[in-house]
Ligand binder design. Structure first.
Ligand code: 3AM
Length: 177
């Protein structure tokens, strides 16, 4: 049967060299044990949207213009474990405020056309998820300093197939210089 709903979220994509670095961290001395997120799927979620009728996606995309926010650098600095979700990740410290701005721009843009993200239980904690269904197995205190540049954001679809979940970029928007 044709799936007429799409599971969507907005995200910052991760440059390939940083993805490779994160993959090495998953493999060498991992601080979490569990299901490793595939390197292709590494991202920073800005706003989860949930399921939307596929036919409404073009209208959703049309609501978004490039925000008046310049490209900025951000740092992945701190390991974190979310026990309820059993997620192991690295959180953004520097650049968090700018990510909040981009998130706000997205929410304001989509709201003008009647699209709304579901209410979230927690505050915005930007992160890259490394492991799911995992447990921490060593000290999470060690600090990291992985710097990357946010130059665009994208709309992603979470596609479920026989191999698992796969995040596909549907559209991207530049941050203006
Ligand atoms: O990989 P992360 O954790 O950054 O956690 C989910 C994932 O982000 C989040 O959306 C991203 C793609 O699935 N997500 C899933 N369901 C969610 C929900 N109900 C959710 N975020 C908030 N509310």
């Amino acid at each position: 049967s044709v799936k007429n709903k799409a599971r969507l979220f907005f995200a910052i994509d991760i440059p390939q060299n940083i993805k490779n670095q994160l993959e090495k961290m998953q493999q060498k001395n991992p601080v979490f044990t569990g299901r490793a997120v595939k390197v292709h799927n590494f991202h920073i979620t800005l706003q989860f949207l949930g399921s939307l009728d596929r036919q409404k996606i073009p209208d959703l995309i049309d609501t978004i213009d490039s925000p008046g926010i310049k490209p900025f650098s951000l740092t992945l600095e701190r390991y974190a474990y979310y026990p309820k979700a059993e997620v192991g990740c690295i959180e953004v410290i520097q650049g968090k405020d700018q990510l909040k701005e981009v998130r706000k721009h997205i929410n304001q843009s989509i709201a003008q056309e009647g699209f709304f993200a579901p209410k979230e239980k927690h505050g915005f904690r930007p992160h890259v998820t490394l492991f799911r269904e995992c447990q921490p197995v060593s000290d999470l205190q060690q600090l990291l300093n992985i710097e990357l540049k946010a130059e665009r954001f994208c709309l992603m679809e979470s596609v479920q197939n026989e191999k698992g979940v796969y995040y596909e970029v549907l559209e991207e928007w530049p941050l203006y210089q």
